[in-house]
Design a protein around this ligand. Structure first.
Ligand SMILES: Cc1cc2nc3c(=O)[nH]c(=O)nc-3n(C[C@H](O)[C@H](O)[C@H](O)COP(=O)(O)OP(=O)(O)OC[C@H]3O[C@@H](n4cnc5c(N)ncnc54)[C@H](O)[C@@H]3O)c2cc1C
Length: 381
């Protein structure tokens, strides 16, 4: 495996850190408190090229490979403290744009991808339902065939970006008796009659990424809005989950490096008992553990990118990196608070927010238990 970066890639990473640090952090404590996404910052990211990173140039993107995409997401996570904004962008890029790019018709790609890359259209991904989460294919949302298309009925919950979405990629079954082979994907525009978006759902962390329910009541979807053939919804969902497991946490890696740098600086400057707290072995060891987690998680993440670039299967590695990196981010968030003492716990210093944001990573895109199940299955257990 060769993880050496070109000068061009490193310059791109430095540029994204500089852009994110300068443009994306103002007013974050208030936005986090209010649970508000900053649309202006969403558009700034699009102008910088984030929403189009791995999307080919013909659809408005820059056609970056997966390793470069991860590196830039890592830089974004280092410079931008607004984990919710990055999560919301990733939710669109990896689980709406990538499935459309992979499975969409030319018309669907032309309709959605350039508008999303440029930040003028926002997409949401609706799979989870009130009664089906980890067991995603037990979904109840139903698509009944009718003349010219389908009638969609059901409710999707915990949908990131729903309150601001112009469209949603929605999974439904055309035949519950077929189990996962009945699952089919649809692209539903926000103004479609019978489609409504519920109350905002308030949450512990990632508060700047808005969330709501999608409700479909006898909602007519024309056949040309189906994504891929009938019955390949599970394949589409699995493909987007593998993208999410591989890439969505790259920004958290950057956030962990920022936490580490902040802790090193603070531990050197903060004095107790007449010396820097970094001179206390307990504090130094805690920071070394943060460094160890960062470096081991980074190796796992880059290995997944390398495997995918080489066209090799990465199901096991993607599950392991999702599991490991998300749990490392939680532990490092806790350690960063400990290093900062009371200042780490107080909202105004901006340290505690990372921990609240990190907890979601152990749940979305498949919980840690589900990642262990995947790894166990791959080992024949
Ligand atoms: C921040 C955030 C953003 C999200 N965004 C979206 C989105 O945009 N679109 C979307 O569709 N969904 C989204 N979700 C929903 C997410 O995908 C689900 O919450 C997740 O899949 C878990 O489902 P559940 O909440 O129903 O929990 P459940 O599946 O009910 O799980 C409850 C507990 O049981 C455990 N468990 C369940 N089954 C097993 C098993 N087989 N083996 C071992 N343990 C098991 C779980 O690990 C968990 O601890 C989001 C969630 C969060 C937290």
């Amino acid at each position: 495996m060769d993880f050496s970066w070109t000068d061009e890639q490193l310059a791109y990473k430095r540029a994204v850190i500089e852009f994110a640090t300068r443009e994306l952090n103002d007013g974050l404590i208030d936005r986090d408190r209010q649970g508000e996404l900053c649309l202006e910052n969403w558009k700034k990211c699009a102008q910088f090229g984030i929403q189009g990173l791995p999307i080919p140039e013909e659809y408005g993107g820059s056609g970056a490979d997966i390793l470069t995409t991860m590196l830039i997401m890592e830089g974004l996570g280092y410079g931008c403290r607004d984990n919710g904004l990055i999560f919301a962008i990733n939710a669109q890029l990896l689980s709406v744009q990538m499935p459309i790019l992979t499975f969409g018709t030319e018309e669907q790609k032309q309709k959605y991808l350039p508008a999303m890359c440029s930040g003028y259209m926002i997409g949401a991904h609706g799979m989870s339902e009130p009664d089906s989460g980890s067991d995603a294919y037990s979904l109840h949302t139903h698509a009944e065939r009718c003349r010219g298309g389908y009638i969609l009925s059901g409710t999707k919950t915990f949908v990131t970006n729903a309150p601001i979405a112009d469209m949603a990629l929605v999974f439904a079954t055309v035949d519950p008796a077929k189990g996962m082979w009945g699952v089919t994907a649809f692209l539903v525009d926000q103004e479609t009659p019978g489609f409504t978006i519920s109350r905002d759902i308030d949450k512990m962390g990632l508060r700047t990424s808005p969330m709501a329910e999608l409700i479909f009541q006898d909602c007519f979807i024309p056949a040309e809005n189906r994504l891929g053939p009938e019955g390949i919804g599970a394949k589409i969902f699995n493909s987007s989950m593998e993208w999410e497991r591989s890439c969505i946490l790259a920004s958290h890696l950057g956030a962990m490096e920022r936490q580490l740098d902040t802790c090193v600086t603070y531990a050197r400057e903060r004095k107790q008992f007449g010396q820097s707290i970094s001179k206390f072995q307990s504090v130094a060891n805690r920071i070394v553990d943060m460094k160890l987690r960062l470096e081991t998680a980074r190796l796992l993440l880059y290995k997944v990118a390398w495997l995918k670039m080489a066209g090799k299967p990465a199901t096991m590695e993607a599950a392991l990196v999702k599991l490991y990196l998300s749990e490392c981010f939680v532990q490092s968030g806790l350690d960063a608070i400990k290093v900062h003492g009371g200042y780490g716990y107080m909202t105004e210093f901006g340290i505690e927010r990372d921990l609240r944001d990190a907890v979601g990573g152990m749940i979305y895109s498949g919980t840690s238990d589900i990642q262990r199940n995947i790894a166990a299955r791959m080992m024949g257990l």
